[in-house]
Design a protein around this ligand. Structure first.
Ligand code: DAK
Length: 260
């Protein structure tokens, strides 16, 4: 499919979704959010794709937030619809039955930090900058930042970032636990693809079940969450991947997972 504001490519078992509005530092307007939704559907239709990398075009920005030019004259109803569109898009990323890695290659501000937080984890280049500057614009984070960030780093640190609107470096984001790894910009995609390939070589069914259990169990109490884990663990034994993985171990060979 042809897109105007994004690029979608496939390399073996890895999909790469690039937000591509470099003149606006890849800011998210409604058209881009709609295109991301279409691209996620396209990824779903490609069963060979096991990991999706989300990144931004150019060397300056991952996503510099929601598009302020488009937002500034919205009325309440339009803002509500915009927020719903953003939430729905981020929920589609979070719930995608593939692993999604954010490769943050520059500014990730406002909606940019929020869309990265909807991914399974984040790798960042040294020049990446994170922040939720919405309060400096007279609003507050509206694409899940007030919910996903405290769950990831705790309420106190999240409140400090949200109330100050300050920008932090990739290294600071790493120390706070927002980012899993910081690498030089020139090697960001290579390093992200490396971890993506490692994930893709493992049993797809096990990874899908693990993702579902981690995300669904996160907000449950431990007893319920462990019960959910037990059921999902049991379901995993209905898969060919489980048989293949364990037979390969016994036969001292590399497993050939089919994702079935
Ligand atoms: N939207 C639109 N255009 C943007 C943009 C943005 N967020 N960020 C940058 N641009 C555009 C600039 O306008 C400029 O365009 P031209 O003037 O060249 O036409 C071009 O990108 C380059 O930007 P700068 O000239 O400003 O570049 P600098 O290197 O000087 O500065 C910067 C880079 C990233 C520090 C700066 O551009 C900046 O502060 N940008 C805004 C960052 C920001 O505040 N982002 C958060 C946006 S608020 C909602 C749900 C969610 C949200 C809102 C509502 N609902 C409930 C409705 C989310 C809100 C946000 O994300």
């Amino acid at each position: 499919m042809e897109y105007k504001n994004i690029l979608l490519s496939f390399e073996d078992e890895i999909g790469i979704l690039t937000i591509n509005r470099p003149k606006a530092l890849n800011a998210l307007n409604r058209e881009t959010l709609n295109e991301i939704q279409l691209a996620l559907q396209e990824v779903k239709d490609h069963s060979e794709i096991k990991v999706l990398i989300l990144t931004g075009a150019g060397e300056r920005a991952f996503v510099a937030g929601a598009d302020i030019l488009e937002m500034k004259d919205m009325n309440s109803i339009e803002a509500l619809n915009f927020s719903k569109l953003g939430h729905h898009t981020l929920k589609m990323i979070q719930d995608l039955d593939r692993v999604v890695i954010a490769a943050v290659n520059g500014y990730a501000l406002g909606g940019g930090t929020e869309i990265a937080l909807a991914c399974d984890f984040i790798y960042a280049s040294e020049n990446a900058r994170f922040g939720l500057p919405e309060v400096t614009l007279g609003i507050f984070p509206g694409f899940g930042g007030t919910q996903r960030l405290p769950r990831l780093i705790g309420k106190g640190k999240a409140k400090e970032l949200i109330f100050t609107g300050k920008m932090i470096t990739a290294q600071e984001a790493y120390q706070m636990g927002i980012v899993n790894r910081v690498v030089p910009q020139a090697s960001l995609m290579e390093e992200t693809k490396k971890v993506a390939s490692q994930i893709a070589s493992n049993g797809t069914i096990g990874i899908r079940l693990a993702k579902m259990v981690i995300d669904a169990g996160y907000n449950m109490d431990l007893t319920e969450a462990c019960a959910l884990e037990s059921y999902a663990f049991g379901i995993g034994f209905a898969s060919e991947d489980q048989k293949e993985g364990m037979n390969a171990f016994v036969e001292k060979r590399k497993p050939n997972f089919k994702g079935r």
